[in-house]
Design a protein around this ligand. Structure first.
Ligand code: B12
Length: 215
C-alpha cells in the first residue's frame, strides 16, 4: 500500500462509519511514517466534514454521524500522540475545553495535542465544561491562556459567559481567552471581547505563541 492509499483508506473508513477499518488504516499510515498532521488534515477532517454535510442535508441520521465520529476518535487516539514534539518548552499553561452544553471534542482534541506538541503545559478539561469550573481550574493552575471551543450556535454564548465570569471575578486580565469553533467568527470574538479567534488549530497555536510571550 502506498502513502496515498493509506490516506484514502483512512478517509473511506470514516465515510463508511467503520472504526475497526479506521484503526487499521491509521496503523498502516503510521507504519509508513506519514506525518500525523497529514492524516488529520487530508483524511480525518475532510471525511468528518463530508459526513457533517450529509447530516445537514438530512441524507444521513445522527447514529451515522456518531459512528463516523467514533471512527475519527478511534484513529485519532493513535495518531495525535505521534505529533512531532517541539522541545522548546514554554511552560505556559493552557486550559482547553469545549464549552458548557457542547459535546463536540474532535477539534478541541486536535488543538490540545498540537499545543502539547509545541511544548505548552495543556490541561484538557474535556467537553461540556461548566463555566465556573473552567475559570476555577485556570486560576488554580495559574494558566496564561484559555482555549474555549464551541461548535453550535446554541452554545457559543457560553464563550461569552466565560469572559463575563472572569471579568466579574476581577480576573479578566489574568488570562488570554481564545475562542473558536464552527459558528464563531472574528466578529463574534470582538463582540464578546475575547483576546483572539482562530479558524483552525494552526490559528490556535499562533495565538497561544503570541500570548505566552513566545514567537
Ligand atoms: C462530529 C459531529 C458530531 C459528533 C461529535 C462527536 C465528538 N466526539 O466530538 C456527535 C455525533 C456526537 C454530534 C452531536 C451533535 N451535533 Co454535531 N457535528 C459534528 C460535525 C459533523 C463535525 C464536527 C467536527 O468534529 N469537525 C472537525 C473538527 C476538526 O473541526 P472543528 O471542531 O470545527 O475544530 C476546528 C476549528 O473550528 C478550530 N477550533 C475549534 N475550537 C477552537 C477553539 C479555539 C480557541 C480556536 C482558536 C480554534 C478552534 O480548530 C479546530 C481544528 O482545526 C459538525 C459539522 C461540521 N462540519 O462542523 C456537526 C455539528 C456541529 N453538529 C450539530 C448538531 C446540531 C449536533 C447535535 C445537536 C445533534 C442532535 N440533534 O442531537 C448534537 C449535539 C450534542 C451536544 N450537546 O453537543 C450542528 C450544529 C449546528 C449549529 N450551528 O448550531 C453541526 C454544525 C451539524 C449541522 N450542520 O447540522 N455532532
Amino acid at each position: 500500500m502506498g502513502k496515498d492509499d493509506a490516506i484514502t483508506e483512512l478517509r473511506s473508513a470514516v465515510l463508511e462509519y467503520d472504526s475497526d477499518a479506521a484503526v487499521r488504516a491509521a496503523k498502516a499510515a503510521i507504519k509508513q511514517k506519514i506525518d500525523p498532521m497529514i492524516m488529520v488534515d487530508k483524511a480525518l477532517v475532510p471525511a468528518i466534514n463530508e459526513v457533517g454535510d450529509k447530516f445537514e442535508k438530512m441524507e444521513i441520521f445522527l447514529p451515522d454521524l456518531m459512528l463516523a465520529a467514533d471512527a475519527v476518535k478511534a484513529s485519532m487516539a493513535l495518531i495525535l500522540p505521534l505529533m512531532a514534539k517541539d522541545y522548546q518548552t514554554s511552560k505556559a499553561t493552557v486550559v482547553v475545553a469545549t464549552v458548557q452544553g457542547d459535546v463536540h471534542e474532535i477539534g478541541k482534541n486536535i488543538i490540545a495535542s498540537m499545543l502539547m506538541a509545541r511544548g505548552f503545559n495543556v490541561i484538557d478539561m474535556g467537553v461540556d465544561v461548566k463555566t465556573t469550573l473552567l475559570i476555577d481550574e485556570a486560576k488554580k493552575s495559574r494558566a496564561k491562556i484559555i482555549c474555549a471551543s464551541a461548535l453550535m450556535s446554541s452554545t457559543m454564548g457560553s464563550q461569552k459567559d466565560i469572559i463575563d465570569y472572569a471579568t466579574a471575578l476581577g480576573d479578566r486580565k489574568r488570562y488570554a481567552i481564545l475562542v473558536g469553533g464552527g459558528p464563531t467568527s472574528r466578529e463574534w470574538a470582538d463582540e464578546i471581547k475575547a483576546d483572539g479567534w482562530g479558524k483552525d488549530a494552526n490559528g490556535a497555536i499562533k495565538l497561544a505563541d503570541k500570548f505566552s510571550g513566545r514567537r
